[in-house]
Design a binder for this molecule. Structure first.
Ligand code: ATP
Ligand code: MG
Length: 420
């Protein structure tokens, strides 16, 4: 069965409301084995809604609308369903009784305007709306096509999806295909380089597919399998995952809901190490991200944002001569930041971060995006230079990713005595 989601609401077209309903429904339908082929967004306009529904009926077996089920005159979905299905609106006393009960239970008078919601297209099945007034509707059309209407309010839409729509689809669906996905998360290589390593896998299909999703400082690979049950789907995923892991090695830092900072946090805990950070161009982002992890106080000791050179000297003991000689954005200053933080916090490990986030401040020898990240530990120090592309925020994000990654790699190898 293939589906189309028709999101109704001028606020969606104007960009005032993000279409989270379509995203939610797509995920739920995929889980139920329904392929969503189209997302359509249309405003609260009779003519355009009719034509969107007509077009959807031509190409999709299951059409799910959201929005416009309210009691006011600008809510036109039921009327549009009646028109495209050529079924007249009929009054349902039972729906009215339920509506009145909802109001009386809360000690409220019944607003006459809500009477409108008791009219539904002839033959439609009403799905109860536990948290609102407008019932969801199921309308069977010719050639086993279904028109489904759900409210726009996200909470109500979700409730009816779980209690009415999904059970209905499960009863209807003859083929019991389920869709399972697994995401592998990578750090350290740009999208083009990751792409190159898995190009052939991106063309797999149809029962198992691989998609590539780039973010600043991170590339995700999502493996999706269609199978008759979960274990068959997992088996398909397992085969492709093994291949990807062999090719990408330790640039894969985690899966699904893992975050890089949480993975690093776990490693710090595992190796009984604690951390201090002195950041300049990231303005506290590394500290912010690590302290977002519950329980990070077990391993995170200090985060200092040393933005000005005066603070770099006064708080972290970096001699002003060093800054003058090498520049604030330099290997030497990155190392001194890390050492200063480690000294101050008496930590096992420390990071020092300095760079040019732009858009101004770049020079020929140190263009915008030049970043130095240093890691120091007992008898160990390492500095990496990067040249990141992107706007100020992207450069900050990429820098924080690279900082966590240098730490991840250090902790994974947990070297005793080394140098670099
Ligand atoms: P109501 O009874 O509140 O009028 P309704 O079914 O008529 O409900 P709408 O009026 O279209 O729904 O929208 C109600 C609320 O839900 C609005 O705040 C709107 O921004 C939000 N909403 C509508 N459609 C979506 C969507 N596709 N994604 C996220 N939010 C939405
Ligand atoms: Mg409305």
């Amino acid at each position: 069965m293939n589906a189309e989601i028709v999101s109704i609401g001028t606020e969606l077209l104007l960009g005032h409301t993000v279409n989270t309903n379509a995203a939610y429904l797509s995920k739920e339908l995929a889980k139920a084995g329904v392929n969503v082929y189209y997302h359509t967004v249309v405003g609260d306009n009779r003519k355009r809604l009719h034509s969107a529904l007509k077009q959807a009926l031509k190409r999709s077996e299951l059409i799910i609308t959201t929005g416009g089920l309210g009691p006011t005159v600008d809510d036109i979905t039921v009327e549009a369903l009646s028109r495209v299905s050529k079924r007249k609106l009929v009054f349902k006393p039972q729906i009215l009784r339920r509506l009145k009960l909802k109001f009386s239970k809360r000690g409220l008078a019944f607003p006459e305007v809500n009477r409108r919601q008791a009219y539904i297209p002839e033959g439609a099945i009403a799905m109860r709306n536990p948290s609102g007034t407008a019932p969801g509707l199921i309308l069977k059309m010719a050639k086993s096509r279904f028109l489904i209407a759900l409210p726009g309010v996200p909470g109500e839409m979700k409730d009816i999806t779980q209690t009415g729509l999904i059970p209905f689809l499960k009863r209807k669906l003859k083929t019991k295909v389920i869709i399972v996905s697994k995401t592998l998360k990578t750090v350290g290589l740009p999208e083009s380089a990751v792409n190159e390593k898995v190009t052939d896998l991106l063309k797999l299909g149809p029962e198992v597919t691989v998609g590539i999703y780039p973010y600043p400082g991170q590339v995700d690979l999502r493996i999706t399998a269609r199978a008759v049950n979960k274990s068959a789907a997992n088996k398909l995923i397992g085969g492709v995952e093994k291949e990807i892991r062999q090719r990408l090695g330790n640039i894969i830092y985690g899966k699904d809901k893992d975050t890089l900072e949480a993975v690093v946090g776990k490693l710090l805990k595992k190796h009984k190490k604690n951390l201090a950070v002195a950041e300049s161009c990231t303005g506290g982002l590394v500290t912010h991200r690590i302290t977002n992890i519950p329980g990070s106080s077990a391993y995170f000791l200090l985060g200092i944002t040393a933005y000005s050179n005066r603070i770099k000297s006064a708080q972290l003991g970096i001699h002003s001569q060093i800054i003058k000689k090498h520049g604030a954005v330099s290997q030497k200053v990155a190392l001194s930041l890390a050492e200063g933080a480690r000294r101050l916090a008496k930590s096992n490990v420390a990071l020092g971060i300095t760079g040019i986030a732009g858009p101004t401040g770049g020079t020929k020898s140190k263009p915008v995006g030049t970043v130095y990240i240093a890691l120091t530990a007992n008898n160990f120090q390492q500095v990496k230079k990067h040249l990141f592309l992107g706007n100020r925020e992207a450069i900050k994000q990429k820098t924080s990713q690279a900082a966590f990654d240098i730490l991840r790699r250090y902790l994974e190898n947990h070297p005793g005595i080394c140098c670099s």
